[in-house]
Design a binder for this molecule. Structure first.
Ligand SMILES: Cc1cc2nc3c(=O)[nH]c(=O)nc-3n(C[C@H](O)[C@H](O)[C@H](O)COP(=O)(O)OP(=O)(O)OC[C@H]3O[C@@H](n4cnc5c(N)ncnc54)[C@H](O)[C@@H]3O)c2cc1C
Length: 484
């Protein structure tokens, strides 16, 4: 089959309905459900977009000679890696980075797993082959993935085994000849409106024996019996595109995942019981770096959008003579240039990992993922500071078309924009910086890659700072001698 087009995405959702719950009811058809359908339509649009941009986003699969998404590539050379980056950047531009969980993010994880299939081999279990076969299946059918890696943790200081109720977290309830039966919950899967669910190994801080029944990675269709997705309330209010330019298109949704005795066939299991493999998988396979590479591409697209938006607001409202405005625009530009530099550095220092897969350098990507949770909320704040009351003095399309239309067109003009130009621009700014959609984007950027506090602690503990310390030590010694 190869790379899909939008109508095929919609047809598959209708043919394989997952158990998605929204606002208290089980959704019959996500392609028509208010609050969800527009996001699904945009996801489908992304698959059409990949054909419009085929020279960048698609490549020929050497095994089947079909056109497939480049985000499934297992790069063996620097050029192949950079082509993946170019494809992901282009694809992120489709939603201006607002669909953080567009499929290329997890395609990179699964491609890294497949490139390192050897890592998953475990005695006579064919886990490595499962990974290889699954990656081929995904690529050949161009399926979308959602994923979950967090266990419910009422007690944040313990793993799943040492919670007051150790049955809360998804665990192996039964081992059968035909697979594992999973019971319990996993927290938060963004883009639950996907074809497949990938269950990543969760971090397992408790002892290896007690953690064994939580130690697994697998992938199953979202329409598997017993699998339930409980969505948060949609931030697509049902407004039109004029009133809600982002939320009416790019609501990707987040859901808690319940496993109600879900059978996972053995051929879909990638690892099981080995806590060391689970804890090491993301780093050793290169999946974390490949995903972070997609994230920096997405962040470039998102920051470019904010730079354009802020610049148009400044120009439209004639704010260019104020020095603090210069500072704010400069700040966003510096952020954009920094992200581009991170991307470039990760490419130029990329190396083949132990499985021969070209993997972007981790440190620039790690710096980027530690920084962006602070940059993004700040840039949204800048949009608020530039927009001020313009972000709430904002009539709807119905107001413009209604009895007061002429007055609105008269009173809502700005320094350089007619009301008909100013209102949509400021509605866009409101949606980026004030609406529920905009707030959820801020929350997403703060947390989706992990708790920023614990990520910073990992930097503190793991990064080699000895070279810097040595330089200071030398200076102190020199200063001491200089003084005598
Ligand atoms: C919009 C959104 C989308 C997401 N999408 C996905 C997804 O698709 N798949 C997925 O698997 N996950 C997803 N996540 C979850 C994400 O991985 C977590 O939010 C992140 O790991 C933080 O965990 P938590 O939300 O449970 O925070 P909590 O653990 O509840 O943290 C709450 C507060 O307590 C502090 N805290 C907690 N524990 C510690 C500690 N040990 N040391 C210091 N401080 C601590 C935190 O710093 C924070 O301030 C998403 C999150 C969001 C917000």
């Amino acid at each position: 089959m190869g790379a899909r087009r939008g109508h095929e995405v919609l047809e598959r959702f209708r043919a394989h309905p997952a158990q998605v719950w929204h606002r208290g009811v089980r959704v019959q058809d996500v392609t028509s459900e208010p609050g969800l359908a527009n996001g699904v339509r945009s996801l489908a649009g992304l698959y059409d977009f990949q054909w419009q941009q085929a020279n960048v986003t698609l490549e020929t699969d050497p095994l089947t000679d079909q056109k497939v998404a480049r985000s499934f590539s297992i790069p063996r050379t620097p050029t192949e890696l950079e082509r993946v980056g170019a494809a992901m950047l282009r694809s992120s531009e489709y939603s201006m980075g607002m669909m953080g969980r567009e499929p290329s993010y997890l395609n990179r994880a699964m491609s890294a797993y497949a490139g390192a299939a050897e890592f998953f081999r475990d005695g006579d279990r064919a886990y490595g082959d499962n990974v290889t076969q699954y990656h081929r299946y995904l690529r050949a059918n161009d399926l979308s993935l959602t994923h979950t890696l967090l266990n419910p943790r009422p007690n944040r200081l313990a793993g799943p085994a040492r919670q007051a109720d150790p049955l809360l977290a998804a665990h192996v309830h039964e081992e059968r000849d035909d697979g594992l039966v999973i019971r319990g919950a996993r927290m938060l899967a963004t883009l639950p409106l996907s074809d497949e669910l990938m269950v990543f190994p969760a971090r397992l801080p408790d002892g290896p024996e007690e953690s064994a029944r939580y130690a697994f990675a697998f992938a199953i269709p979202t329409a598997t019996p017993g699998l339930k997705f409980i969505c948060r309330d949609s931030v697509d209010y049902g407004f039109n595109g004029f009133d809600h330019p982002l939320g009416s298109r790019f609501e990707e949704m987040d859901a808690v995942v319940i496993f109600d005795d879900v059978l996972v066939p053995w051929e879909r299991v990638f690892c099981y019981r080995d806590v060391n493999i689970c804890n090491a998988a993301a780093v050793r396979t290169g999946a974390l770096a490949q995903m972070a590479y997609q994230v920096v591409c997405k962040n470039i697209a998102k920051t470019e959008f904010l730079l354009g938006l802020a610049s148009m607001m400044v120009d439209g409202s004639g704010l260019e003579s104020f020095q603090h405005i210069h500072e704010k625009i400069a700040e966003v530009w510096v952020n954009l240039t920094t992200l581009k530099a991170f991307k470039r550095a990760s490419e130029s220092d990329a190396q083949a990992n132990e499985y021969g897969v070209f993997t972007p350098a981790w440190d620039p990507l790690d710096a980027s993922r530690n920084l962006y949770p602070r940059l993004y909320p700040r840039m949204v704040e800048i949009i608020q500071q530039i927009g001020a009351s313009g972000l709430v003095a904002m009539p709807t399309q119905a107001d413009l078309d209604g009895a007061l239309g002429d007055e609105i067109r008269y009173y809502y003009q700005s320094a350089r924009l007619e009301a008909s130009e100013r209102i949509p621009l400021y509605r866009l700014a409101w949606d980026a910086a004030v609406s529920a959609f905009g707030s959820r984007q801020v929350l997403y950027e703060r947390f989706f890659f992990g708790d920023p506090v614990q990520m910073a602690s990992a930097v503190f503990k793991d990064k080699d700072r000895s070279g810097s310390i040595e330089k200071v030590r030398r200076l102190l010694q020199e200063s001491h001698r200089f003084g005598h």
